[in-house]
Design a protein. Structure first.
Length: 348
């Protein structure tokens, strides 16, 4: 495929054509993204020997993404993560949402943004903007809006994501990217040897259904403390209630960026020499260690096992709409939703 040009990526089950686009920078790094779900499909990053390896889980075509339920590479909206009891109240009006995670709402319900065909609004050699119209009542949420996500692969080996929308009524907006990273290569086994640093002094404990209790708890003296950096596997199976509930790490950390775009996390591979830095202006990040993958069939015949990747989902805290002490995920009528996240890659 020539740079920037589109190729077929199969069809959705309702017969709509999906396409794959290539972004490339001057160093040779490549990102393949699809209009099916505005999804990051492949990401080729140079390792310590200068070889380019694909560091994200994915599928070979749109039907894989439509069938899969892990959200590989997904653009998630309107609301990422969980809402307790699948119900919200805005301006005194209660709205019911899909109960697709027990009695709760996860990643906005069954009609996912990441299982729809998005429009390509702008395309250049190293960037692409996808757009999606989300009408009033979509997924149960009030307010109509046009949402855009731009992928930009710059010459600093950084994949930048820019989310924009403006609702015509007060609503919830809390979008994220759900890429599963394995910095040794998407086909290289577990990430338990990856060293992770999280610039966070606290996290939000959750109940057995992964709904936050409202507490903001210090990481001090707990297996949730990644401030000095440690291997994912070092304490992942510790006898600690949040880890027992989550089957490993699947929690929101409270970031210290004060709403400013800043480095919030880092992951360092144990074999490839690749380090990934995570930047965002959002107040939280969900680190998820793929605890619920179970030999999921993926790209090129690869089978993705439990803990074969790590996600860094930048976000407003889960269930924030029900906790006044959490930063609010409500975007007001006519207010611009405008947030950025970036993944920067370095090599030894």
């Amino acid at each position: 495929m020539e740079n920037g040009l589109v190729t077929g990526f199969g069809q959705s089950k309702d017969g709509k054509d999906a396409h794959l686009y290539l972004l490339e920078n001057s160093t040779g790094m490549k990102a393949y993204v699809s209009d099916f779900g505005a999804t990051l499909v492949r990401l080729f990053v140079p390792d310590k020997d200068g070889r380019f390896i694909d560091v994200v889980h994915g599928y070979d075509d749109a039907s894989g993404y439509e069938r899969g339920d892990g959200g590989f590479g997904a653009t998630v909206g309107r609301n990422a993560n969980r809402i307790g009891k699948a119900q919200i109240e805005i301006n005194g009006v209660t709205y019911g949402l899909d109960k697709n995670d027990g009695g709760n709402n996860l990643h906005s319900g069954y009609d996912y943004y990441h299982k729809r065909i998005w429009n390509v609004e702008k395309q250049e050699k190293n960037s692409i903007t996808f757009g999606l119209n989300s009408p009033d009542g979509d997924q149960g949420y009030p307010g109509a809006l046009d949402v855009r996500v731009t992928y930009l692969l710059d010459d600093e080996n950084t994949l930048n994501l820019h989310y924009e929308a403006m609702p015509d009524a007060d609503t919830i907006l809390n979008m994220t990217n759900h890429s599963y990273f394995n910095l040794n290569g998407h086909d290289s086994g577990t990430v338990l040897g990856h060293k992770v640093t999280l610039y966070a002094d606290a996290f939000t404990p959750a109940d057995a259904e992964s709904i936050p209790t409202g507490e903001i708890r210090s990481v001090e003296g707990t297996p949730m403390d990644f401030r000095q950096g440690k291997e994912i596997g070092q304490e992942i199976d510790a006898d600690y209630e949040p880890l027992r509930f989550g089957g490993g790490y699947d929690h929101n950390w409270v970031l210290k960026n004060n709403g400013k775009f800043a480095k919030v996390a880092e992951a360092e591979a144990d074999r490839s020499g690749i380090t990934m830095e995570v930047y965002t202006d959002l107040p939280g990040v969900q680190m998820y260690t793929a605890n619920f993958l179970d030999n999921e069939p993926g790209k090129g015949g690869v089978s993705y096992a439990k803990r074969s990747a790590v996600c860094f989902e930048t976000q407003y805290y889960p269930d924030a709409v029900h906790h006044e002490n959490f930063p609010g995920p409500i975007c007001r009528k006519g207010e611009k939703y405008d947030t950025r996240t970036a993944y920067r890659f370095l090599r030894a």
